[in-house]
Ligand binder design. Structure first.
Ligand code: GLA
Ligand code: ZN
Length: 675
């Protein structure tokens, strides 16, 4: 993060593509009238507009854009200006085929689609530099331009010769000698030893896919290349004389890039959110979505932007279901509740042709403002105006879940112990949901982030321990923190080599145990965890566990639960070790959600984590945002019917929404305590 971004208002807007309507000026006039009606105060402009901005090589036409930015500004509407690198003009692809991506099978893509560029190509970089700089010179200090929307949804990889060469350079810098690389990747296995860096190629289904260290480094390289490309884009903007904040729009559960690596490069995180509402009970979707919001917020531990969401139904999901009345508002409030300073849509006006012509938009082909969607968007706009003072407020999380991209890459690439599904994400969700059921704000951190300041940190299935992580955990527990680790943790180092001498590596004394073997269960099989008489945490129930059962040997750890079945009946299933001033819990098996709910309720209470609301009905989402002046408690009911809930209204008076002991279906209530 370069600069702390606060727009001073909740942003309400979205992707706007007037370049598709330049031959219909009356449409553009209407748009502005409608935007004002719907309380839209921002547009994201120029995403994919390269062909209109530079119709021929070196021939630039920014006049149309200038008129639009001016008109919007005169009408109180700001612009987040995009760099156009998300899609390139045909002339460029024809003249310089190297700008197009090469797939893992080494075939070069034809012109078409989008997000189809080589991020190494000097030609592409130069073309991007020129246009970004020109855009910055022209608009970078326009009072209507408030931020830079870099490209669009960076992602994907390129296997062209230029990228191969860059990969080799990257490896050379990392390992220095080929010997070190061979050791780190364990290439003696299957005779895959390299004699020199020049021999190395990116992973390919036609070639090498079995060297896990190679796969992992390739993924890291792809992230680094993309980070480098983003830096290049930003530099061009700065060279053009603009120091407006930058953002990139990230994606739901996207594993192609380690988003944490962008934290220090861009000024504010934004993301695009397209949940499949009404596919299951809304509160389940809300829980899943809440975690994504928290992942995004935790990257910079700052408010983020919801860069895209759909005001109606998308057109690319298997089934494009309409949002039921009230859902857009509830979903929007959830984004704000979890730390967003904006609600932005894809898109403001629905395109007429091509692949997104049926994608939901604020203004549809009919062209009027008397649609249901327009009404719901307006309602969101009105609410955001009321919530303006919350802009820039932080989320004071006292608990965290470690959710690490690199460890996940390695875990999911490894073979065994269950190729039928390790269920990493679901396992992380169990800890997250258990915290959230208690109304606790949760940071979703990676291994590079600090543990200081949290009272409880959960690290589910942390397969890889990146260098230095064990020391962080040790210091955290020593100083009084509570750490909850699970089975299949601390197995490999940063290059995916198995630790020797016992696991969880480096933490066996902190956890007070050693993992000796792990049993994988067939689908449909289960075991049971049974509480031990007199366990200090007063765990009282038995719980089923599936998939994976770790057989640990406790040294100093107290055994709180044991397995109830199979040859390991009586062996530890849940343990706790006192270490320094803190406690280290170890969950041995893949337990059901209720186990996590009971455990985390008791562990957080023991750790003294404060909760504003003690009895939270299922389906109610409670979050906090805090500014220098006030604490806001945001309470949302995602159930299909009203719920009764007792809220601390004496301490936190109702500030937004209506509350009389119950909260209506999909309603939001915000309580506010002045400081
Ligand atoms: C993505 C893209 C947008 C648009 C939407 C459609 O998030 O960034 O350009 O294609 O999906 O839902
Ligand atoms: Zn390339």
């Amino acid at each position: 993060m370069r600069q702390e971004v606060n727009f001073g208002k909740m942003i309400h807007g979205g992707d706007y593509n007037p370049e598709q309507w330049l031959d219909m000026p009356e449409i553009l006039e209407k748009d502005i009238e409608y935007f004002k009606k719907a309380k839209i105060n921002e547009v994201s402009l120029g995403i994919f507009a390269w062909a209109k901005l530079e119709p021929e090589e070196g021939v630039f036409d920014f006049d149309w854009m200038e008129k639009i930015i001016d008109r919007l500004y005169e009408n109180g509407i700001s612009t987040m200006l995009a760099t156009p690198s998300g899609a390139r003009p045909k002339w460029m692809a024809d003249k310089y085929p190297e700008v197009l991506r090469v797939a893992p099978d080494r075939t070069r893509n034809l012109f078409g689609a989008r997000h189809n560029h080589c991020y190494t190509s000097p030609v592409y970089r130069e073309k991007v530099r020129i246009i970004n700089k020109k855009l910055a010179e022209k608009f970078g200090n326009h009072p209507g331009v408030i931020a830079w929307h870099l490209s669009n949804e960076y992602g994907g990889e390129c296997h062209c010769p230029l990228c191969q060469e860059a990969f080799r350079e990257w490896l050379k810098e990392k390992y220095q000698t080929i010997d070190r690389l061979n050791k780190a990747w364990a290439t003696t296995f299957w005779s895959h030893t390299y004699n020199s860096f020049d021999q190395i190629e990116s992973p390919s289904p036609r070639g090498e896919m079995a060297v896990h260290g190679l796969n992992l480094d390739w993924k890291r390289f792809v992230t680094d290349r993309t980070v480098d490309f983003v830096k290049h884009e930003i530099q061009a903007i700065r060279d053009g004389g603009s120091d407006k904040p930058t953002t990139i729009n990230m994606m739901y559960d996207f594993q192609g890039l380690n988003y944490h690596k962008f934290a220090d490069i861009i000024d504010i995180v934004s993301w695009d959110n397209y949940p499949q509402w009404h596919k299951k009970e809304e509160y389940l979707t809300a829980m899943d979505d809440g975690m994504q919001h928290d992942i995004m917020r935790s990257i910079q531990k700052r408010p983020f932007l919801l860069m895209e969401c759909c005001p109606g139904a998308t057109n690319w999901q298997p089934v494009s279901k309409l949002k039921r009345p009230g859902m857009l508002h509830a979903a929007s409030m959830q984004a704000i509740a979890h730390g967003s300073d904006s609600i932005q849509y894809f898109q403001l006006r629905k395109s007429r042709g091509s692949s997104e012509k049926f994608h939901g938009a604020v203004i549809d082909h009919y062209g009027g403002d008397d649609t249901r969607t327009f009404g719901e968007v307006t309602q969101v706009g009105e609410t955001l105006e009321k919530l303006q003072e919350m802009t820039g407020s932080h989320t004071p999380a006292k608990v965290a879940v470690v959710f690490d991209w690199e460890s996940r890459w390695a875990l999911e690439d490894a073979q065994g112990p269950r190729n039928a599904g390790m269920h990493y994400k679901e396992t992380v969700e169990k800890s997250y949901y258990a915290f959230r059921r208690l109304g606790l704000d949760v940071d979703m951190i990676d291994m590079e982030q600090e543990l200081d300041g949290y009272q409880v940190v959960a690290a589910p299935m942390l397969y890889m321990f990146r260098a230095g992580f064990e020391q962080k955990v040790r210091a955290f527990v020593e100083k009084g923190g509570t750490f909850v680790l699970t089975y299949w943790s601390g197995i490999v180092d940063e290059t995916d080599l198995c630790f020797l001498g016992g696991t969880p590596a480096g933490l066996m004394d902190v956890m007070g145990l050693r993992s000796t073997e792990i049993d994988a269960l067939y689908d449909g099989e289960s075991n049971v965890g049974v509480p031990c008489q007199g366990n200090h945490l007063h765990m009282t129930e038995s719980y089923r566990c599936t998939n994976l059962c770790d057989l640990v040997k406790a040294s100093t750890a107290e055994v709180l639960m044991t397995y109830g079945e199979d040859f390991y009946e009586g062996m530890p299933a849940l343990t706790c070790n006192r270490f320094g001033k803190g406690r280290a819990y170890y969950i041995c098996a893949d337990f059901e959600q209720e186990f996590y709910n009971e455990l985390f309720r008791k562990v957080t209470a023991e750790a003294g984590v404060k909760r504003a609301v003690t009895h939270i009905p299922c389906g109610v989402d409670i979050t906090t945002r805090e500014s220098g002046q006030a604490v806001y408690l945001i309470v949302q009911n995602f159930n299909r019917k009203p719920v009764e809930i007792s809220l601390p209204v004496e301490e936190y008076p109702v500030w937004y929404g209506s509350y009389d002991g119950t909260i209506g279906k999909w309603e939001t209530v915000i309580l506010k305590k002045e400081k």
